[in-house]
Structures are given as C-alpha cells and as structure tokens.
Design a protein around this ligand. Structure first.
Ligand code: AMP
Ligand code: TRP
Length: 340
C-alpha cells in the first residue's frame, strides 16, 4: 500500500432535519461557495441524512428536506459539476468507516461532546445510540475522503477536534500516517449567528420559536417582522464595534449585517454608528431580503423538479464513491479485515 498523498480536499455537510436558517447560510453555505469558487480544493458537500435520523424524522419529511437542502446548496452557488454534491446515505462507505471509528473512539470522548449533552438532555437513557455515536460518523464523513479542510460554523469545533483525535489514534494503533489531521475552517463575522430572541443561544432550525430564526424560506414580510421584533437593548448603536462587547443581541444584528454584506463588522459599524433600532432594523431587513430573496426563489424553482435533484445527487454519490471506495479498502486492510 503506497503512503497516501493528501490532496487539498474539502468536505462539509448539513443535516436535513428542517429548513435552513440564516445561520446555516452565513456560517456554512456562503463559505462553501467561496471555497469552491477559489478553485484551490476539490470540494465535496453532502446532505447528512444519516445524521438527521439520530433523532426522529418523519420519513416523508426527511425525503423532502433532503431535496430542499440539496436545492439550497445549488441556489446558493454550489455547482454540481465543479463540486461533488450528494446525500450521505447513498455512499455506504461513510457508514462502513464509521463502524471502524466506533471501535477506535472511546466512550469518554463521546460523553464530553456538548452537542450530545445538549441534544440528549436529562433523558440521555432514552436517546438513540446513533445520537451518541454521531461524532464518529461525522469523522467518517470527513476521513473517508482524506479531506484536509472542513468549513463549518463555530458550534462544530469540538466535533472536528474529535475527528483529529480519531485520526491520530487510528494512525497510531495501525502504525501508519493513513488519515490526515484535518484542519477546521471556521471564521468570519457570522461563524456563530445567534437567536433573535436570546443573544446567548445559537440560531437553530430546531429552536421551538420560529421568531428566533430567519429561515431561507421566509418571505420578505416575515423577515422584516422577525427583525423588527428581534430582541435588543434600548441603547442606540455605539461608535465602535468593541463597544458592543457586552451587548450580545445588538452585536449579533451587526454581525448578521456584516455577514450579509461580506464586510468586516468594524466596516459596518463605520456606516451604522449612532443609529437607533427604528432605523437599523428596517435597513437590516432590506439587505437580508435583497440577499436571500433570489436564493429562495432559485431554491423553489429547483424544488419544482425533484427528479432532477435526485439525478444530481445520484451522480454526485457515484463520483464520491470513486474516491471513498479505495480509501475504505485500505482502511479495512490496515485493520486486518479480509476483503477478497
Ligand atoms: P446543521 O444545521 O446543524 O447541520 O449545521 C450545518 C452547518 O451550519 C454547520 O457547519 C454549522 O456549524 C452551521 N451552522 C448552524 N447553525 C449556525 C449558526 N447559528 N451560526 C453559524 N453557523 C451555523
Ligand atoms: N454535525 C454537523 C452539524 O450539525 C453536520 C455534519 C455531519 C458535518 N457530518 C459532517 C459537518 C462533516 C462537516 C463535516 O452541523
């Protein structure tokens, strides 16, 4: 077996556990597109349906949401001829490598994951075994392609550290630098978009309050209303971004504007310093509608032809398997499993 060469390769995934939020859009999608367009890395983007079912999903909704996320990827600018776009369950090598990682990762590592603690809550005895093993499958998503870089929002940092730990332990246990030690790509003003109702919680598709988030499917009126009702403190915007340090809700809205405009938050503050909320919020809503409106429209257009989406996902899965299959074969061989 030749010593593997790690080509610059990016993999990231989004769960089809609900519609996409502005957090997914700014924290993940726009950055996926930037990396694709830079042309420096081979890019694989997947809809992680096997991760979604670690908590209950209605089967018909799961199918529809998988197509919706695929449409959102394309509407945001992922080109399925330049990037490989697919859904995870169509590439069985992910689950096959995940089993090896279930045997490499330790219970204690998994128990420390904050996403596990948050999602399982007090009733962890009732949580699925899949939810506990979720990070090992995520490590497999990445390492089955020997991906070198993974763009994600801030909330995924801990899972990426675990991915590095799994790669390191596997390499050590089997005496080969077989898996790369993947670098997270986290950054920008919108790496952590917060809830519109509570500046200390991340904006999430699973938050019970729809007012806490902007959905990619929201129309212009809904977006304007959600920003109008977004929680803030009574003070107007200060002169500098630094002065927002202890004002999480206000800072979040400035970060969102910066993310939407592709500017630094400091540059945005230069334009909006001193404004009251009555002036700032409608402006923010207008920028959000202008940026997201065309994407939502394109997403709806693509979703009108589910057959075409399925064809694109099938094609992506076939291309993904070409990369994954030989890596899985080598990994099995290293472990000592016979595959004739
Ligand atoms: P998920 O919806 O949990 O599958 O997340 C998909 C991607 O969106 C991951 O890279 C997350 O880190 C990112 N993401 C989710 N919520 C947010 C948020 N509120 N702010 C920034 N990024 C986010
Ligand atoms: N756990 C990620 C999230 O909730 C989704 C995900 C699954 C992922 N597999 C991945 C992200 C691989 C990056 C790479 O956001």
């Amino acid at each position: 077996m030749a010593e593997p060469q790690f080509t610059p390769r990016v993999l990231s995934g989004i769960q089809p556990s609900g519609g996409l939020t502005l957090g997914n859009y700014l924290g993940a999608l726009t950055r996926f597109v930037d990396i694709q367009d830079a042309g420096t890395h081979e890019c694989l983007y997947c809809v992680v349906d096997l991760h979604a079912i670690t908590v209950w999903q209605d089967p018909a909704d799961l199918t529809a949401q998988t197509r919706e996320i695929a449409a959102a990827f394309m509407a945001a600018g992922i080109d399925p001829t330049r990037s490989i776009l697919f859904n995870q369950s169509q590439v069985p090598e992910h689950a096959q490598l995940a089993w090896l990682f279930n045997c490499v990762a330790r219970m204690g590592w998994m128990r420390r994951m904050t996403q596990w603690k948050d999602k399982a809550g007090k009733n962890s005895e009732e949580a699925s075994l899949g939810l506990f093993a979720y990070p090992a499958l995520m490590a497999a998503d990445i390492l089955i392609y020997h991906a070198t870089h993974v763009p994600v929002g801030e909330d995924q940092r801990q899972h990426l550290e675990l991915t590095r730990d799994i790669a390191t332990k596997f390499n050590h246990d089997f005496g080969r630098e077989f898996f790369p030690i993947t670098e997270p790509v986290i950054g920008g003003p919108a790496a952590r978009v917060m809830s519109l109702r509570d500046g200390t919680k991340k904006m999430s598709k699973s938050d019970p309050s729809d007012m806490s988030r902007i959905n990619l499917s929201d129309d212009a009126d809904t977006i304007a209303q959600k920003f109008r009702k977004a929680r803030t403190d009574p003070d107007p915007l200060p002169q500098t971004y630094d002065a927002l340090k202890d004002r999480p809700e206000a800072r979040n809205l400035v970060d969102i504007l910066a993310g939407l405009q592709g500017k630094s938050p400091e540059a945005v503050m230069g334009e909006v310093a001193g404004q009251g909320w009555g002036q700032f919020k409608p402006y923010l809503a207008e920028v959000a509608v202008e940026t997201m409106g065309p994407i939502t429209a394109e997403m709806n257009r693509l979703m009108a032809d589910p057959g075409e989406i399925d064809r694109i996902l099938g094609d992506g899965a076939a291309r993904a398997r070409e990369i994954a299959a030989p890596i899985l074969k080598d990994a099995y061989e290293l472990v000592g499993l016979i595959r004739s």
